[in-house]
Design a protein around this ligand. Sequence first.
Ligand code: ADP
Ligand code: GLC
Length: 479
Amino acid sequence: MFPDPNESDMNIVHISAECYPVAKAGGLGDVVGALPRFQTELGNRAMVIMPMYRTPYLYSHNWQVVHKSSANLGHWFFDYTVIKEQTNAQGFELYLIDINGLLDRERVYGYNDDTERFCAFQISAVHWINAWDQLPDVVHVHDHHAGLIPFMMQHCYAFKRLAGIPSVLTIHNAQYQGQFSWDKSIYVPQWDSWKRGLLEWEGSINPLASAVKCAWKVTTVSTTYLHELRSMSNGLEPLFEYEKGKCSGILNGIDYTVWDPSHDRYLEHPFSTLHLSAGKKSNKELLCSQFGLDPSKPLFVFIGRLVGEKGADLLPQVVYDSFEFIGRKMTFLMLGSGESDIEHRLRQLNALSQGDYAEYIGYNERLSHQMYAGADFLLMPSRVEPCGLNQLYALRYGTVPIVRKTGGLYDTVIDMGDPSGYGFTFQHAAVGDVTQAIYRAVHFFSEKDHFHAIRQKIMGLDYSWDRSAAEYIRLYKGF
Ligand code: ADP
Ligand code: GLC
């Protein structure tokens, strides 16, 4: 059954592994949870199709079964069910695909059979769309978990009806490509074997590379990241060079219905630019009291995945060196989870805490909001940052970002050395560069009037979704 048609201008289908607040592991979830709503507000009909995981959202909303069918993953014949959230609570139509025993788990990723899970998800999504009376105007896939879809729509016999529908790939992170070996090629529904080059990269089936080859257009989440991919994309560099003609960068926005300190439901003390100093102060005091930190010192925070890509491995030494060479003039609070070695080293630093250092190892949405609100500075020493949302949230919450000049960080943060600047930037993902930036920030913190003026300024910067949502529509209309 296809959902009722309406008057909207374009019918847009987003296919993704994450969508906030249904399921989120990182920024992909935030983007897919917001972009379709803004596209809907522009007069289009946008929907999201994603896997049905066992997350709290599933149990707190009402669902209606809209389609039941079966498909094949190689020799395995499986049933799938599509359910729709009945009230359009997110501001767009949300459909979940349920495949018993495969998708209905608590986490989004990290299982041994992720290849099977996401292949079966993609097959079901395309199989369902293929059964619609009215086909969509564009199918927009996100990252490698949906990367086989452009190939399937154009080259699999079973889905020939979809071959004329434009597909768009947005790359949120090209580090992860979803490769699997040719032994599993039967997972891709039947296609002409001479087309294998459209699936392959360096001897494996590579869903991200396949999507770059087959999607009608490819976007990345910032312009600088697009350029970087041609020299640094985990093996796909020549492909991005070759396909550059159909690639463009569209910077992410942020969703001010969720991320605005004046009505953030996670904050005890919401605030706006009108009560900036008092608002930041009360949020900082609360946060510091929770973690035993001294609120009179500048508070530096990190929020994110504890992986090399984010430069999180540098943090323990950065804290150590800051105390050693700058002195006990600042406090640190780290929130994140990821590589066990980094988690361990961050925990070990508690030994020298003395009220100046604390960590929370794990994922905690509420605490992340409280940290954006209560902190003075946000650290992002990323080695790779396709867009980065954290620095945009920090700006909105009056927290000054300290970032490495890469990807979306380069595009969104201007160094204080420039007359129009409002953040601290550095060149290398190296302990010395980060510590040096912290030194500059500690000094800046003591210039109270300047610090206040910069906070006023960054809270007013506009990184709303309106502009980016419209850019995507322009891209679709170009087909
Ligand atoms: P990425 O998607 O690469 O992880 P982004 O900057 O685009 O990076 O988005 C990260 C998102 O995940 C932000 O919303 C950030 O607040 C959130 N986040 C990351 N780690 C945690 C954590 N441990 N607890 C709560 N939120 C987190
Ligand atoms: C990815 C990137 C991040 C980006 C996010 C949303 O996870 O690592 O930089 O902001 O996707 O596009």
